[in-house]
Write a protein that binds this ligand. Sequence first.
Ligand SMILES: Cc1cc2nc3c(=O)[nH]c(=O)nc-3n(C[C@H](O)[C@H](O)[C@H](O)COP(=O)(O)O)c2cc1C
Length: 323
Amino acid sequence: MLRTLMCDLLDIESPVIQAGMGAFTSAELVAAVSNAGGLGSLGASQRTAEDLQKQLAQLRKLTRRSFAVNHLVTTLDEEAFALTLKAQPRVISLALGDPGLLVKRAHDAGIQVMQQVHTVAQARQAAERGVDVIIAQGSEAGGFGGMAVTALALIPQVVDTVSPIPVVAAGGIADGRGLAAALLLGAQGINIGTRFLASVETPIHPQWKQMILESDSEDTVKVEVWNDIMPTPGRGGYGTVPRSLRTSFIDEWQQHREKAVREAERLQNEIMAARQQGKIHELAPFAGQTVGLIHEILPAGEIVRRLVAEAEEVLRRANKFLK
Ligand SMILES: Cc1cc2nc3c(=O)[nH]c(=O)nc-3n(C[C@H](O)[C@H](O)[C@H](O)COP(=O)(O)O)c2cc1C
């Protein structure tokens, strides 16, 4: 059975975390992951406090297992954070900025804190703040992340820096081989976004899921112009840049970054309108390099079960390298 110390800490069966992805998560997705033995994460970003409350109420009906609620430090909505504390999830996961005093507020409410970082220096700072788990995210990841350092290089460095705090690997992982590799690098679990975007329960447009199935890793790009248009959350906190599948919007504006700054307000309105209409994938379907590994849409629980079964198999077979 695949189990790490972090599973005990978070009271989960398997070391698989479905990443908080703002409004691209739902109570149904989170419950499917948690009920399969992983840790589902409900994203608070890009949704109103009212919607978060509704999702949390629904989630409590769908699972009695551990789950996380994810907040972005740079765009923190105080009302949403306060109601998260009240809702008492097992974990609050934070990203894109120094967790600072949020750690104490969560701990005072009896909630553990998981912080996502992209560099060794950020990991050191998060450890000093007293977080319980640190997610080390490599630049292969979908959504906001560092520009350059990949997971293979970053994870062991973060493990060395913050030990004994458990480290979770993120970026570039979509199957059991990736999970096994992360554990061998010293991580105690994985935090996956892109693989879960292509799940049955994920509340994104079907075309976005289809784009993931049809894309190769090279089809994802770092979108610097996104931060020219929308300075937060990326530029504000850890200086991150989003990774997305290419679209004509991205191709055009990446070449006209100064013009994008001048026209930021109009472009922001275009982005907001696309979000409201559920069509953000037409402009920027965030996704990571693992798109090249994803060939079918699966129920989220099945994704967790396959990840674990494959990792167990790979780890068993790894013995053959020892002569
Ligand atoms: C569409 C999308 C939205 C994301 N939104 C968030 C978010 O709101 N908060 C967060 O902590 N991470 C977010 N992430 C990053 C994930 O936490 C995670 O680090 C990343 O997906 C891991 O890499 P992978 O995509 O290769 O699995 C997002 C990722 C994606 C693909």
